[in-house]
Design a protein around this ligand. Structure first.
Ligand code: KIV
Length: 275
């Protein structure tokens, strides 16, 4: 069912059931107003750990904490009624052991109301994914370019080219078999994304992947033109809110300096009208 026809938010099983049929629409979200804009339009909203770079000016996602995720998760939850909430597990909150992952996933879900978590990693995270799913935590996996591993991946490079393709396919199979309800494919060649989408039984959510994926995700501030520090090739700007914002701030500053703001209509009389 498309998001616009829904009365309540979908659940992970509903997203899984969209495999091969209606394209799954998703964006990241970090604040209540942004969540309200996408409520009922997107199938799911992801509180991505990209929040660290996009809203907090961090150089990577590595410094993002559980507390930051919970604060932004709660803010997004307040803005959603018809769109499913998924939250990222931040770096260091799940890699150590399945038990550590469960403890932190449960905390993220309990304190934010998110119905699923996303974690980065393929075959090497399969045991953890299985452990979480068996204990009631729906998991969205994330493979390809996994930004929490930039220091071992050698930067934000395309993943899965040439002789890396088979390993990426194996990652996709492993997370699907472990019980993930969907998998994000980030910055992988389009043909490989199509092959994986055809091969595995769970939806693929592309970002820098292929229009043939079962769904798409973008960082909302990228697609609105609010985050302009850099623009990956896979980002399409659907708005220019950053430029609009700068122009508005300059206009305000000019008017304050010219004493033309506030104008009479923005000020109050001594007495209420009619008295
Ligand atoms: O943190 C994030 O925003 C993400 C998306 C880019 C998939 O993981």
């Amino acid at each position: 069912m498309s998001a616009t026809a829904r009365k309540t938010a979908p659940l992970p099983d509903d997203i899984r059931a969209m495999k091969g049929s209606t394209p799954i629409v998703s964006l990241t979200a970090y604040t209540t107003p942004m969540a309200r804009m996408m409520d009922g339009v997107c199938d799911f909203a992801l509180v991505g750990d990209s929040v660290g770079m996009v809203l907090h000016g961090m150089p990577s996602t590595l410094g993002v904490t559980m507390e930051m995720m919970i604060m932004h998760g709660q803010a997004v939850a307040r803005g959603l009624t018809k769109t499913m909430l998924v939250i990222d597990m931040p770096f260091g909150s799940y890699e150590e052991s399945p038990e550590q992952a469960f403890r932190n996933a449960a905390r993220l879900m309990r304190e934010t109301g998110a119905v699923a978590v996303k974690l980065e990693g393929g075959a090497h995270m399969a045991d953890t994914i299985g452990f979480l799913v068996k204990r009631g935590v729906p998991v969205m996996a994330h493979i390809g370019l996994t930004p929490q591993s930039i220091n071992t991946l050698g930067g934000y490079k395309v993943q899965g080219r040439d002789d890396q393709a088979e390993a990426l396919k194996a990652d996709a199979r492993a997370v699907a078999e472990a019980g993930a309800f969907s998998v994000v494919l980030e910055k992988v060649p389009a043909k490989l994304a199509d092959d994986i989408t055809a091969e595995i039984a769970i939806p693929t959510i592309g970002i820098g992947a292929s229009a043939g994926c079962d769904g798409q995700i973008l960082v909302v501030d990228d697609m609105l033109g609010l985050f302009t520090a850099f623009k990956p090739k896979f980002v399409k700007r659907y708005g220019s809110l950053g430029e609009d914002g700068e122009a508005a701030i300059r206009a305000y500053a000019d008017e304050v300096r010219a004493r033309s703001f506030p104008a009479p209509e923005h000020t109050f009389a001594d007495k209420a009208p009619g008295k």
